[in-house]
Design a protein around this ligand. Structure first.
Ligand code: GDP
Length: 363
C-alpha cells in the first residue's frame, strides 16, 4: 500500500491532523476487520464520488474505497541530519514513504508556543527542508565518490555522474533535489538513492477555523514557495477536523456551514496526496460490492488484474471493459452492451482511469 509521511516542526498541528485521520479511519475500520493499525500509521479511504453512483446502478451491498497509509513522522528538529533528536531514525522513516505531507503552521495562537518564536511559514519550511537537503547532500556526495571511479570505463556510470553532479549543484545551495528536472532515463539512474527531497510533496497549510474559507497571508506565502518546486498546497484546519470527529452528521453540516466551507480540508488532503502519487483507479462493480483499485499509470490489464489477486494475473484471458462515464450515461451494463460500449480487451490493453473491469481468467 502507498504511504505518505506527515512531517513538520513541533507544534504545527501534525498530531491533531493525524489523530483526525485515524479517527475517520477507525469509523470505517468495520470494512477492514483484518487490518492491524500501528500507533503511528493510519489507513484512510480515498474519497471517490463514483463509487456511490456505481453502487446504485449495480445495487451493491457494500462500497470498498481504495486506501492509502499516512505515517506520523514526529521528531524532526533542527540538526536531525546530524543525528540530533531522533534524527537518523526519523530520516530512515521518511526514506520509506512514497510522498511527503509537510504541515505548516499558518495560524497564530498565543497559547501554543511556536518553536522558533513566531509564525513564519517559509522559515519553518526551510528548516525542515534543509535537514532533508543535508541528508541528501551526504548521500549524493558518497555516491559521486564511488561512481567517479567507475565512470572512466563505463558509459552508464558516466551518465549517472552527470546527473549526480546536477543534483549536487542544487543541493549545495540548500535547495531541494526536486528542483532539478530529469528525463525518465536519468531519473531511473538515481532512483535507488531514494532522495528525500525528490519525493513528491504537499504543503498542508494549517489555518485557524476562521481562515479556512479564505486562507490568509501566510497561506499565500506558502503557495508562492510551493510554486518554485511545482508542489501543491492544501488548506486545512487540523483543529476543525479534530472537532468534527465527535459530531453527528447534522452537527457537522451546521458547523461547516457556519465556517462557510464544505469540509475541514482532510478530504482534499487525502485526494491531493493520492493524485500526487500519480496513481490511477479502476473500478469493479456488482451486487456484492463496488470497489476501487489502485494501479500505476500505464499498467496493462493482466497486471491490473493482479492487484486483485495473483491468480487473476496468472490466468488472465480477457477483460470486459466499459468506461465509467459511458456506464453512467446509459444507466445499466445491458444498455452499455447494446450500444457496443462494453469492449473485450486483451493482454496488451493499458487500463485507463475510471475503467470498469470484469476479468475473465483460468484458475
Ligand atoms: P505537533 O507537535 O505538530 O504534532 O502539534 P500538535 O498537533 O500537537 O498541536 C500543537 C497544539 O496546537 C495543540 O494544542 C493543538 O490543539 C494546537 N493546534 C493544532 N492546530 C491548530 C489550529 O489550527 N489552530 C489553533 N489555534 N491551534 C491548533
Amino acid at each position: 500500500m502507498l504511504r505518505a509521511g506527515i512531517v513538520g516542526l513541533p507544534n504545527v498541528g501534525k498530531s491533531t491532523l493525524f489523530n483526525a485521520l485515524v479517527a475517520n479511519a477507525k469509523a470505517e475500520a468495520a470494512n477492514y476487520p483484518f487490518c492491524t493499525i500501528e500507533p503511528n500509521v493510519g489507513v484512510v479511504s480515498v474519497p471517490d464520488e463514483r463509487l456511490e453512483v456505481l453502487a446504485k446502478i449495480s445495487s451493491s451491498e457494500k462500497i470498498v474505497p481504495t486506501r492509502i497509509e499516512f505515517v506520523d513522522i514526529a521528531g524532526l528538529v533542527k540538526g536531525a541530519s546530524k543525528g540530533e533528536g531522533l534524527g537518523n531514525q526519523f530520516l530512515a522513516n521518511i526514506r520509506e514513504v512514497d510522498a511527503i505531507v509537510q504541515v505548516v503552521r499558518c495560524f497564530d495562537d498565543p497559547d501554543i508556543i511556536h518553536v522558533s518564536g513566531s509564525v513564519e511559514p517559509i522559515r519553518d519550511i526551510e528548516i525542515i527542508n534543509l535537514e532533508l537537503v543535508l541528508a541528501d547532500f551526504d548521500q549524493v556526495e558518497k555516491r559521486i565518490d564511488r561512481v567517479r571511479k567507475q565512470a572512466k570505463n563505463s558509459k552508464e556510470a558516466q551518465a549517472e555522474l552527470t546527473v549526480l553532479e546536477s543534483l549536487m549543484a542544487v543541493l549545495s545551495e540548500g535547495k531541494s533535489a526536486r528542483q532539478v528536472s530529469l528525463s525518465e532515463e536519468e531519473e531511473s539512474l538515481i532512483k535507488s538513492l531514494g532522495l528525500l527531497t525528490r519525493k513528491p510533496i504537499i504543503y498542508a497549510a494549517n489555518v485557524a477555523e476562521d481562515d479556512l474559507a479564505t486562507g490568509n497571508e501566510w497561506v499565500e506565502q506558502v503557495r508562492k514557495f510551493a510554486e518554485t518546486e511545482q508542489a501543491k498546497v492544501v488548506i486545512i484546519s487540523a483543529q476543525v477536523e479534530a472537532e468534527l470527529v465527535d459530531l453527528s452528521e447534522e452537527e457537522r453540516q451546521e458547523f461547516l456551514a457556519s465556517l462557510d466551507v464544505e469540509e475541514g480540508g482532510l478530504k482534499s488532503l487525502i485526494k491531493a496526496t493520492y493524485e500526487l502519487l500519480g496513481l490511477r483507479t479502476y473500478l469493479t462493480t456488482g451486487p456484492q460490492e463496488t470497489r476501487a483499485w489502485t494501479i500505476t499509470a500505464g499498467m496493462k490489464a493482466p497486471q491490473a488484474a493482479g492487484v486483485i489477486h495473483t491468480d487473476f494475473e496468472r490466468g488472465f484471458i480477457r477483460a470486459e471493459t466499459v468506461a465509467y462515464q459511458d456506464l453512467v450515461t446509459l444507466g445499466s451494463m445491458n444498455a452499455a452492451k447494446e450500444k457496443g460500449l462494453v469492449r473485450s480487451e486483451g493482454k496488451e490493453y493499458i487500463v485507463q482511469e475510471g475503467d470498469i473491469l470484469l476479468f475473465r481468467f483460468n484458475v
